[in-house]
Design a protein. Structure first.
Length: 114
């Protein structure tokens, strides 16, 4: 059984930084993409950043230049370095891994507030 476990969320002041980590347990034979989504209160879940097969990255316009996604498929891990955080980045952040199916973590809360 595949499980994704996120860590690194918390409370940070505007302009601060956080690094999210996600590691998958269980057997995943082939990873097509690894990424991060977020869902703010009252809003739909949205893509933040993803690494697609071959190493190509994709970012939401709202985080370009501030967030950096990286991954290690051998370790079945994906990371999200978040800099220059803004209050509008406040959300629950979910890890996603797509193999033969889509797997989701339970989420980690990021709160950006002074």
């Amino acid at each position: 059984q595949v499980q994704l476990v996120e860590s690194g969320g918390g409370l940070v002041q505007p302009g601060g930084s956080l690094r999210l980590s996600c590691t998958a347990s269980g057997t995943i034979f082939s990873i097509n993409s690894m990424g991060w989504y977020r869902q703010a209160p009252g809003k739909e879940r949205e893509l933040v950043a993803a690494i697609i097969g071959g190493g190509r990255t994709n970012y939401a316009d709202s985080v370009k230049g501030r967030f950096t996604i990286s991954g290690d498929s051998a370790k079945k891990s994906v990371y999200l370095q978040m800099n220059s955080l803004k209050p509008e980045d406040t959300a629950v952040y979910y890890c996603n891994v797509i193999s033969w199916q889509s797997f989701w973590g339970k989420g980690t809360l990021v709160t950006v507030s002074s």
